[in-house]
Design a protein around this ligand. Structure first.
Ligand code: GTP
Ligand code: MG
Length: 485
């Protein structure tokens, strides 16, 4: 099955809106922007309160030191997109965009902001060569917390198709930020938000095994109703250790390996506090400037983790880098981003465009908007791919909604492991006949569940969505006998 139907429907609605507002240049330009966004990769905003670790996580995801960029000390929206060469464009609030000198050295972005001195900057666009930016545009955003105006929260998310909301505490009011994101009626269903328990090492009090408990907290939280209502998944990530791992240099590995050779108790004592580790008269066999550098790049926890991993056998720079990425939780976060955002990117982008048209119709009503608005509501409510995303989130959170075997079958059929026919059917390079048989079997299985009186209402509704996915496969799978179904 593909997502052409939702995408086509969206393009048609955009075209109708364009026609409706053809005499309004501001509205037309807004609509044109929405249309061109379809060709962009999915835009993912990293949001959260001050010092939550947003810029650090952006670096971890990009794999280089690109954030933060703060012209004259102000936080601005900063977009990172894939490019052949480093480049940067500043968008002053009241002047034309300006190209800024930008380059790369020692895996860091070097950017000259002098050309913007004294100007209020609206946003910055950075082009950066990174494999991770092929499928995503990442947005580093100014801090918003539970005390921020909902309008401020929505403005940092306005250009995003999906959000990573960083929280330092698993409980408390920080989730209110996500509630504000979902305030728009069309945004209610949380199909485009993940919560990241950032700085997860601090939840585990800095112990090397503390990340295990942070991960358990994340797992528990993702099943709780207040969280499930606003996001699809909760992942614990120690962002500083992750970004250190992704950008680990050979000299850093050498310094960490020298530390790892010390007797464990001796090193542990020196790692009790940043102050002790950084001391000028420290007995450690690594000079003060290098230690200072390691502290800034990895934090105390990152150094503890890295030296432990080296002792346990990660004895080369690539081995340690890979282990740091995995242990820090970044690997799991990437998997969630792939599953929830990258795989259904087309649907999420279509959804953003529909919501944007909806906003315009509400702000600038005129004859004809009511009919288009009704059509748009139908599109948002009826798009089957969106229903699949909602059901995936529900099945993740409500593990006992369906019996385990059925749940796994349902998750696969609605696209949890990929939206192509073989992935949905769990077949490797299937023949046409195998596809036909598997779709046919799935249809009968799920038709029976829809009518199964032993299931509750919610479970039967879930079964109905799965059945619709099976029906779509039957029609879209190239079967020459659709009448059979
Ligand atoms: N212990 C620990 N510290 C972290 C982690 N991630 C970031 N930090 C530290 O937290 C501070 C803030 O990190 P940033 O990445 O700048 O946070 P931010 O959310 O972008 O901050 P603002 O943009 O100023 O709101 C820095 O001193 C980081 O070194 C982490 O995973 N663990
Ligand atoms: Mg920042």
């Amino acid at each position: 099955m593909n997502t052409a139907s939702t995408a086509e429907l969206t393009r048609a609605i955009l075209a109708r809106a364009m026609e409706l507002y053809r005499d309004n240049p501001r509205a037309t330009s807004w609509l044109r922007q929405q249309a061109t966004r379809f060709d962009d990769p999915l835009r993912l905003a990293v949001i959260g309160p001050s010092a939550a670790g947003k810029s650090t996580l952006v670096n971890a995801l990009v794999g280089d030191g690109v954030a933060p960029i703060e012209p004259s000390g102000t936080q601005v929206m900063c977009f990172y997109r894939g490019a052949q060469e480093p480049r940067a464009i500043g968008y002053p609030a009241a002047a034309p965009p300006r190209e800024l000198p930008a380059g790369r050295s020692a895996r860091r972005l070097r950017i000259d902001l002098d050309g913007l001195a004294g100007e209020g900057i609206g946003r910055l666009e950075v082009g950066w060569p990174s494999r991770s930016l092929r499928e995503l545009v990442l947005i580093d955003t100014p801090a918003v917390g539970p005390d921020s105006e909902p309008r401020a929260v929505r403005s940092v998310c306005a250009d995003a198709d999906a959000v990573l909301c960083l929280l330092r505490q698993p409980y408390g009011t920080d989730l209110d930020v996500l509630r504000a994101v979902h305030e728009h009626p069309a945004m209610r269903a949380p199909v485009n938000a993940l919560v990241v328990l950032s700085r997860a090492d601090e939840l585990g009090a800095g112990r090397v095994d503390g990340l295990i408990s942070a991960r358990q907290i994340a797992r528990r939280r993702r099943r709780e109703a207040d969280v499930h209502e606003v996001c699809q998944d909760v992942v614990a990530v120690a962002g500083l250790a992750a970004s250190g791992g992704r950008t680990l240099g050979e000299p850093e590995f050498t310094a960490l390996a020298m530390l790892a050779r010390l007797p464990k108790e001796e090193l542990d004592t020196q790692l009790l506090s940043a102050q002790r580790f950084g001391r000028g008269d420290s007995p450690l066999p690594v000079d003060a400037a290098t230690r200072e550098g390691l502290l800034g790049r990895f934090g105390l926890f990152g150094i503890r983790l890295a030296t432990t991993l080296i002792r346990r056998g990660a004895d080369s720079q690539p081995a340690l880098a890979a282990q740091l990425v995995q242990r820090s939780g970044l690997g799991e976060l990437r998997e969630s981003i792939d599953q929830y955002f990258v795989a259904p990117a087309e649907v999420l982008k279509a959804r953003s465009a529909l919501v944007a048209v909806d906003v315009l119709l509400r702000m600038e009503p005129r004859p004809g908007t009511a009919a288009l608005s009704a059509e748009l509501d139908r599109a948002l409510a009826g798009a089957h791919e969106l229903q699949e995303l909602r059901l995936l989130a529900t099945l993740q959170a409500e593990r006992d909604l369906l019996p385990e075997d059925w749940r796994e079958d349902a998750e696969r059929l609605i696209g949890a492991y990929g939206t192509g026919l073989p992935e949905r059917l769990g077949l490797h390079q299937p023949s046409g006949a195998e596809i036909y048989q598997a779709v046919h079997d799935a249809l009968w299985r799920w038709r029976a569940q829809v009518e199964n009186p032993a299931l509750g209402v919610a479970a039967r509704r879930a079964a109905m969505t799965v059945l619709r996915s099976c029906e779509a496969m039957a029609v879209g799978g190239g079967d020459p006998r659709p009448a059979y179904f």
